[in-house]
Design a protein around this ligand. Structure first.
Ligand code: FES
Length: 76
């Protein structure tokens, strides 16, 4: 493990500050099938239900994870 990876582990970044939701939580929620769109993700994690400034980041992460899921589906 290099230094950058160590820092990443030590300081889990919150994507949504208001609701204290991390990128990992968002990705896990989608990967596990609990959410497949933005409103489901909000309902599950409560992310982006406060000030709303995190919305574009949340959507970017969500879309990234959804496209990973879609590509692993079609290859399996
Ligand atoms: S930072 Fe996510 S709602 Fe405010």
């Amino acid at each position: 493990m290099d230094e950058a990876q160590l820092y990443a582990l030590m300081r889990p970044r919150k994507v949504c500050i208001c609701r204290s939701v991390s990128e990992t939580e968002i990705r896990d929620c989608i990967r596990s099938g609990r959410a497949s769109n933005f409103s489901e993700l909000q309902a599950e994690t409560r992310c982006s239900t406060g000030c709303g400034t995190c919305e574009s980041r949340v959507r970017t992460i969500m879309n990234d994870e959804l496209s990973k899921l879609a590509s692993s589906d079609s290859s399996g």
